[in-house]
Design a protein around this ligand. Structure first.
Ligand code: SAH
Ligand code: DHB
Ligand code: MG
Length: 232
């Protein structure tokens, strides 16, 4: 379907995001640099799945980091470090990004790449299951987060939310990737595509949209990001 199929236009209806429009956005608003393309190519060559955020999400995440003056970021699910490098590059000097990743091959890859890209003082890999590594971090320090990016196992998104919310500063952001659940989120009750993951993402969106301490929205870039700001 193209937007012209839906003319006459209705003021209350959003513009349908076609591939053509998505390519337009990507061509103008990606901050994917050459070394990030290389990172993804090397990750694929190392057998790491190609499931990083998409180029059109990079500028959005960097704007989120910069607009709240974030200094401390928690990323849950780091794969090969693509989104971690993106956000780390928007931090001021002295900033820190904790990158939670439980696959040893992925964690090794991230450590090697962050060294190569001169970010080893900024990106701190927490290797292991994130519920455990985050609980350990919170118990052993007084760290507070400015921004938490959730992109790991979908069934645990809500558990990560509960764990980090008390340590997110007021005015801080929680961002969850895959908020559109590969296009299935609006039919979570009936979908046959990874129903447990789709249901978990729907539940997380609903939690974010109804939590009294959070104001949230869903930004339909890539596979969608639910973005919440802590207001109380
Ligand atoms: N944010 C990354 C993509 C993450 S893909 C990017 O955009 O570049 C999801 C990652 O979460 C995978 O690497 C997977 O190994 C990791 N993961 C899944 N479950 C996890 C868990 N319980 N703890 C830590 N990492 C986990
Ligand atoms: C998958 C996970 C992601 O975080 C993503 O953005 C795309 C795909 C997956 O597990 O298949
Ligand atoms: Mg994702």
């Amino acid at each position: 379907m193209s937007n012209s199929d839906t003319f006459p236009r209705m003021a209350t209806r959003s513009t349908y995001l076609t591939d053509e429009l998505n390519d337009y956005i990507t061509s103008r608003f990606s901050s994917e640099s050459e070394d990030l393309r290389t990172l993804n190519e090397e990750a694929i060559a190392a057998g790491i799945p190609a499931i990083s955020i998409s180029p059109e999400q990079t500028s959005f995440l960097q704007i989120m980091v910069r607009s709240i003056g974030a200094r401390t970021i928690l990323e849950i699910g780091s794969l090969a470090g693509y989104s971690a490098v993106v956000m780390a590059r928007a931090l001021p000097s002295g900033g820190m990004l904790y990158a939670c990743e439980y696959e040893p091959v992925h964690a090794d890859f991230i450590r090697r790449k962050t060294q190569e890209l001169g970010l080893s003082n900024v990106i701190n890999v927490l290797e292991g299951p994130a519920l455990t590594t985050i609980a350990d971090l919170l118990a052993s320090s007084t760290v507070k987060f400015d921004l938490v990016f959730i992109d790991a196992d979908k069934v645990n998104y809500s558990a990560y939310f509960d764990l980090v919310l008390p340590r997110l500063r007021i005015g801080g952001l929680i961002i969850g990737d895959n908020a559109l659940a590969w296009g299935e989120v609006a039919r979570s009750a009936t979908t046959e595509f990874e129903p447990h993951n789709v249901k978990a993402l729907d539940a997380f969106n609903t939690r974010m949209s109804s939590h009294p301490q959070i104001q949230s929205t869903l930004v339909p870039l890539g596979d969608g990001m639910v973005v919440g700001i802590k207001i109380a």
